[in-house]
Design a binder for this molecule. Structure first.
Ligand code: NDP
Length: 279
């Protein structure tokens, strides 16, 4: 055994609300938790604008502010918060093995997985091309919306995220076109009403993306099609925002933990994690 191996009672992977909540409880239970933050300290909420629906904040709170408070609360009870990305695990033995940044090996009595999820994309070649070029494709309006102020943008999705992001963009951009693949929203009524009642948001139902158009460097528009009539048309835009949900970050656990078809860890008695926690 290498002498660089560290032993930890309770290791928490991920620094979103779930990770910090686990840390607060584990620390107060004298489990001396060590929390690895991952590549996006604070998690997805750090890319959220206003959080309006969390109890206890009558005037709302920004995502980043809320995450700083959660981190402080966890550290107040001596949670060891560290930079680092867990790249590999081995849960086959009694001691759970975890590798950070492919190098540091940690042996843990307990591992709490709170790795959250990553934004999904449509997967179109043109979308991926301009995403990689940094030329106008984004899955985070709050992060990137500022670059499109005074311009026209398109956003795909019909859930609460899409509505929230479309509304945010509408304050910066001259026009926001929302592409909704069905004839209705998935979003809550209040969020759907908010975009419907915003003057510079145009909602195209039964409409999907055919191709993200560009000049080879940056996005210049989006070709869409009506999935009822197959009619196509082009929408001029400099930004293409994707808000179609998220994929759970659970791939590194696949060999040891049962997951459902979308990648979420199953909550079941036979699951390794469930039994370990239940003991
Ligand atoms: P959702 O899974 O709720 O919605 C995803 C949306 O993307 C759906 O409308 C779906 O369409 C659409 N979609 C999926 N794939 C495609 C595709 N290939 N092409 C076109 N459209 C596609 O994800 P969200 O991220 O919006 O929300 C996740 C959770 O977070 C929800 O529970 C939501 O309520 C919550 N949330 C709450 C907020 C708030 O209260 N302020 C803010 C943001 C999120 P279809 O409907 O046809 O399946």
């Amino acid at each position: 055994m290498s002498e660089t191996i560290e032993k930890v009672k309770c290791l928490i992977i991920g620094s979103g609300p779930a990770g910090y909540t686990a840390a607060i409880y584990a620390a107060r239970a004298n489990m001396n938790p060590v929390l690895y933050q991952g590549t996006q300290p604070g998690g997805q909420l750090t890319t959220t604008n206003e959080v309006e629906n969390f109890p206890g904040y009558p005037d709302g709170v920004t995502g980043p502010e809320m995450m700083i408070q959660l981190q402080k609360q966890a550290q107040r009870f001596d949670t060891d918060v560290r930079d680092g990305w867990v790249t590999k695990v081995d849960f086959s033995g009694d001691m759970h093995k975890v590798w950070v940044n492919d190098t540091k090996e940690i042996h843990c009595e307990t591992v709490i997985i709170s790795t959250g999820a990553s934004a999904k994309y449509l997967g179109l070649e043109s979308e991926q091309k301009y995403l990689k070029l940094g030329g106008g494709v984004s899955a985070c309006a709050v992060c990137d919306g500022f670059f499109y102020r005074g311009q026209e943008v398109v956003i795909v999705g019909a859930g609460d995220s899409a509505c929230e992001e479309a509304h945010y963009l509408s304050k910066l951009c001259t026009k926001v076109t929302m592409l909704v693949r069905r004839d209705k929203f998935r979003a809550s009524k209040i969020m759907a009403a908010r975009v419907t009642n915003t003057e510079n948001i145009e909602i195209l139902f039964n409409t999907e993306t055919d191709e993200v158009l560009g000049d080879g460097q940056v996005v210049t528009g989006v070709r869409v099609f009506n999935n009822q009539t197959n009619e196509k048309h082009e929408i001029p835009a400099t930004g293409f925002f994707v808000a179609i949900g998220h994929k759970p970050n659970t791939d590194i656990f696949a060999d040891y933990i049962n997951r459902d078809e979308t990648g979420y860890i199953k909550y079941e008695k036979d699951n390794y994690v469930w039994e370990a926690v239940a003991e």
